[in-house]
Design a protein around this ligand. Structure first.
Ligand code: ATP
Ligand code: MG
Length: 569
């Protein structure tokens, strides 16, 4: 394409809300423009990157045996009422009424629609398994859209859904998708990690997030430097500590006056003890029932683990009224002794004696608390958030924490939707059985943004070759010199003829401006046609990623680039 004819509005300025470098660069490189909060238009240069990702995704999904469909974005409320999500999905679901006053929503995801389709069409075990996918626009009314297309409201997603007759089949479908995702993100040229994620009630290792490693990522990942263990922070198991010997014999329980000491730090300062010697008591309500959760003062409660242990749907920190009802005191002085609630505690507290904890009385704490003697722990479990340097739950080596961007998610759904919506089939013996489902998503725009987050420098984007909107740009330094213009044209035509996506920078601009734009756009190869080199019959090829410059005869430039593109740079 000739630059002079392109709709490619590059920009020097970026809006003040663009915090992330990928967001800034996507605006500066003329890839996206904001229409409303969390709603973006893709311009031609941006759309090309989107199409590259989609192409890779499509090829790998087809290769894995999934079949493409295209489902409506506007979905009737009835289906969501059937699954129960009309109530549970909350405000991210954008709802509206049509002219007949019927309720609809914009699809944030498509489990309901696909389950409805499949239950109407697939009836026997002979028609299973099936895996259907689409690449489609989703709408989620995110509370705080940010980071450009990384967390927006309207976005493109590849979503796939598998339907199997039995557990073994469902696990096989899951594995195939997991492998397809590994191929997809490898082919995109990204540095990524699959990490275990919380699968709620399903249990087992059947939820993985695919994380692109980036310091700016919203998600924290715990991983082992030695073995392959990696999990998101919410899921990461803490290795079970050995029974600690405690700090000697239990001493007599004592109440101490700790005026105004409502935080762990304040209590520690007051009593001159370390946070690890204090026990934090958090009161939650699990489906409305109060529960006390105990962790060490230097640890954080992991709510996902508490939720899984209790098997509840809704876990919330208790409000002041509940805290008063179960402890008899205001917030900040809760403890387990005399509490009117079930008490669960983190493994790290097992066997420890002489705890410091709230006295359930305003401005008082207890020291030398002994579980068993002074109160009962109903259950010890892994309830805390893993920390840097904790031992790996698999191999015992040190855990490290890094940040990442979730670009994909594979999830075994089990029978959650098929049961609620009666997606069943007849088995070999003519008995009715419930289908077992899996769902598998990839954020297309987020993948492009994550690629830029991981591949840029001070001058602009540095596209991984497979995602580059154009592979090469031919830059005559002065279009008014016929010899330069002609040589550039020849190289441009040759590369286009070979099927490459090429820009000919035919603008009547200073060379410096053109070089800056080429760097900003991140085109992997720039062929510079200048008077000095051309007088010797040569041109210069600059490789964006390495900065390497190669001088070659005009007629060899094209074949050099072709070869490099074919071997992947
Ligand atoms: P997150 O925790 O980041 O909100 P999610 O768990 O809601 O993600 P899924 O429902 O699993 O995400 O959706 C599948 C994929 O869709 C995600 O892995 C991500 O790549 C993409 N995605 C989800 N929400 C957004 C969004 N608001 N903007 C852009 N992409 C998104
Ligand atoms: Mg989300």
């Amino acid at each position: 394409m000739r630059y002079s004819e392109m709709f490619l509005p590059t920009a020097r300025e970026v809006p003040s809300d663009a915090e992330l470098i990928s967001h800034q660069l996507m605006i500066r490189a003329g890839m996206i423009r904001k229409l409303a909060g969390g709603i973006y238009s893709y311009l031609p240069f941006g759309l090309r990157a989107i199409r590259r990702v989609e192409q890779i995704v499509r090829e790998e999904m087809n290769r894995a045996g999934a079949q493409e469909v295209f489902l409506p974005m506007v979905q009737p409320a009835e289906l969501w009422q059937e699954s129960g999500r009309w109530v549970h999905y909350g405000k991210e679901l954008l709802r509206f009424r049509d002219r007949h006053d019927r309720e609809f929503c914009l699809g944030p995801t498509h489990e309901e629609v696909i389950t409805d389709l499949v239950r109407n069409e697939l009836k026997t075990y002979r028609q299973l398994p099936r895996n259907l996918y689409q690449i489609q626009t989703k709408f989620r009314d995110e509370i705080r859209p940010r980071f450009g297309v990384m967390r927006c409201r309207e976005f493109g997603m590849k979503d796939a859904y598998s339907f199997d007759a039995d557990e073994e089949g469902a696990e096989n479908s899951y594995r195939r998708m997991f492998e397809a995702y590994q191929r997809i993100f490898t082919r995109c040229g990204l540095d990524f990690r699959p990490v275990e994620a919380d699968s709620g009630s399903i249990g087992g290792s059947f939820s993985h997030e695919f994380m692109v490693m980036a310091d700016s990522g919203e998600d924290a990942i715990a991983f082992c430097g030695d073995c392959r263990y990696a999990a998101n922070l919410e899921k990461a198991e803490v290795a079970r500590p050995g029974e600690s010997a405690g700090e000697g014999e239990p001493l007599p329980l004592r109440e101490v006056h700790t005026p105004g000491a409502k935080t762990i730090d304040a209590v520690c300062a007051f009593l001159e003890v370390s946070p690890s010697a204090v026990v934090k008591t958090l009161i939650f309500t699990a489906d409305g029932v109060p529960v006390a959760v105990l962790v060490r003062g230097d640890h954080e409660v992991n709510e996902a683990k508490v939720k899984n242990l209790l098997g509840c749907d809704l876990l919330e920190l208790a409000d002041e009224a509940v805290i008063r009802a179960v402890t008899g005191s205001p917030r900040g002085f809760a403890g387990a002794v005399g509490i009117k609630a079930r008490v669960v505690a983190d493994y790290s507290l097992r066997g420890a004696a002489n705890w410091v904890m709230g006295a359930n009385r305003e401005d008082y704490h207890l020291v030398n608390v002994a579980p068993g003697r002074d109160f009962t722990v109903t259950e010890f479990a892994d309830l805390r958030v893993i920390r840097e340097s904790d031992p790996c739950p698999r191999c015992g080596q040190r855990i490290r924490i890094a940040r990442g961007i979730e670009v994909g998610h594979v999830f075994k759904l089990g029978t959650k939707y098929s049961k609620a919506m009666q997606a069943s089939y007849l088995d070999r013996n003519g008995r009715e059985q419930t289908m077992i489902m899996g769902c598998y998503g990839i954020g297309i725009g987020r993948t492009v943004a994550a690629a830029i987050e991981q591949n840029h420098d001070a001058d602009g984007i540095v596209w991984p070759l497979p995602l580059a909107p154009y592979q090469a740009i031919v830059t005559p330094v002065n279009v008014n010199e016929p010899a330069l213009a002609e040589a550039a044209e020849r190289i441009y035509r040759f590369l286009e003829g070979q099927g490459l996506d090429v820009i000919l920078d035919d603008r009547d601009e200073r060379a410096g401006v053109k070089f800056k734009d080429a760097d900003l756009l991140g085109i992997p190869f720039r062929i510079t046609v200048g008077p000095k080199r051309l007088a010797e019959g040569n041109v210069e090829i600059k490789i964006r990623r390495s900065g390497e410059v190669v001088t070659l005869p005009v007629d060899e430039a094209g074949t050099f680039i072709l070869a490099r593109v074919r071997e992947g740079l």
